[in-house]
Design a protein around this ligand. Structure first.
Ligand code: ADP
Ligand code: MG
Length: 364
């Protein structure tokens, strides 16, 4: 009995000595049981660039950067690409200076501008001329550019003679580029408009930057052109949506598709946001370089998934010019995932068509 008592008082002594430790451990286990799940942090950033909005979502924030540092690094890169290099709205951007320079000599430019022009010329070839960054004078005359060349007393619809005259100033064959050293040359007074490809390129530049920081998961959107990587903190994939091709203030979803953790580059083009109407006719900002006029067929919107957002962006613009059948055929021959939405007024709505490569993205 006395042995038991000794053991009892020995245990009590230790409990006394360790009481604070025991209280701490009890509280710790209680906290483990009731603590909230670690916050599923998605860092979000919005802003304006290239005459449009950008939205960036990041999961798995890089340790070595603060929110502000990342926001600044993004803003700096976009400012350079837009305002300093590729804007046609800024009269002193590198592109505007090239546009107003005399034809003939090689002009040294940044590696970024040379690369985008080089790709633009490549996509001009690939699309049989449908993608053509030298349509700038026509884009401006139809009132979709920085309004250079349009007088207030002019109708927004140019005459046939005016169109014929402006077509004389277009043609990608009048543009030459070298990547090293980076330089461009025009053999005639052409005016380059990179609006159909620059947003995609900017999304690629940000994605490359995020990759250099080893960021595992992000969703980058610049004016509808996307770069997506990884999974959200809850393990689900980013879910991009194709909007209904309507000019409604609140975008409606036409079709969602699933990234499922895949690395994706996506771009869209359509005739339903940037257009004007006169006498019941809709004139869209996609100009057919072969006619000098806004495209006028039933294709309302195109979504392209490609290895880079720059490629997807250029091809989406080209497909809007080419129309449904030609676009479908080219996308098929390139093995590209493409989703086409056409207008069907008699059915009071739209019909869609997509290439077999797109099917993989429609499954959850
Ligand atoms: P969004 O700007 O809505 O994303 P796009 O990527 O299709 O649409 O770019 C359309 C812009 O590209 C037009 O506003 C115009 O500046 C320019 N553009 C118009 N037609 C062509 C064309 N055939 N080839 C290249 N660029 C074009
Ligand atoms: Mg485009």
């Amino acid at each position: 009995m006395s042995g038991d008592r000794e053991i009892g008082s020995f245990v009590l002594q230790w409990i006394k000595r360790l009481r604070y430790t025991l209280i701490f451990l009890a509280l710790f286990f209680l906290w483990v049981l009731v603590r909230p799940e670690p916050a599923e942090q998605i860092y979000q950033l919005n802003g304006a660039t290239m005459g449009t909005q950008y939205q960036i979502l990041v999961a798995g924030f890089p340790d070595r950067l603060s929110d502000n540092e990342l926001a600044d690094a993004i803003a700096q890169r976009l400012y350079r690409l837009d305002r300093e290099l590729m804007s046609t709205y800024a009269p002193d951007s590198e592109l505007s200076r090239f546009n107003s320079s005399e034809p003939g000599p090689w002009v040294s430019v940044s590696p970024e501008l040379a690369l985008v022009i080089e790709r633009a010329l490549y996509f001009n070839q690939l699309t049989g001329g449908a993608f053509d960054v030298t349509v700038g004078p026509l884009v401006n005359r139809w009132g979709f550019g920085p309004l250079v060349g349009q007088r207030v007393d002019q109708s927004r619809i140019p005459s046939d003679a005016e169109i014929a005259e402006l077509l004389q100033l277009t043609g990608s064959h009048r543009l030459e580029v070298s990547l090293s050293p980076p330089q461009v040359r025009k053999s005639a007074q052409v005016y380059v408009d990179l609006s159909g490809i620059a947003k995609g390129y900017a999304a690629d530049v940000l994605a490359d930057y995020f990759d250099s920081l080893n960021m595992p998961s992000y969703f980058i959107e610049i004016g509808g052109e996307l770069r997506i990587k990884g999974l959200k903190p809850d393990g689900s994939g980013w879910v991009p949506a194709i909007e209904k091709p309507l000019d409604s203030p609140e975008p409606e979803v036409y079709q969602i598709f699933y990234s499922q953790g895949r690395t994706l580059a996506v771009a869209g083009s359509g005739d339903y946001r940037n257009y004007f109407e006169e006498d019941g006719v809709r004139y869209s900002h996609e100009i057919d370089p072969s006619t000098g006029r806004p495209v006028s067929h039933s294709l309302a919107a195109v979504t392209v998934i490609a290895p880079t957002a720059m490629e997807a962006d250029a091809l989406a613009t080209a497909f809007m010019v080419m129309g449904e059948q030609k676009s479908y055929d080219l996308a098929q021959s390139l093995g590209l995932a493409v989703y086409l939405i056409s207008k069907h007024p008699e059915q009071d709505g739209f019909t869609e068509r997509f290439t077999p490569a797109f099917e993989a993205y429609l499954e959850q």
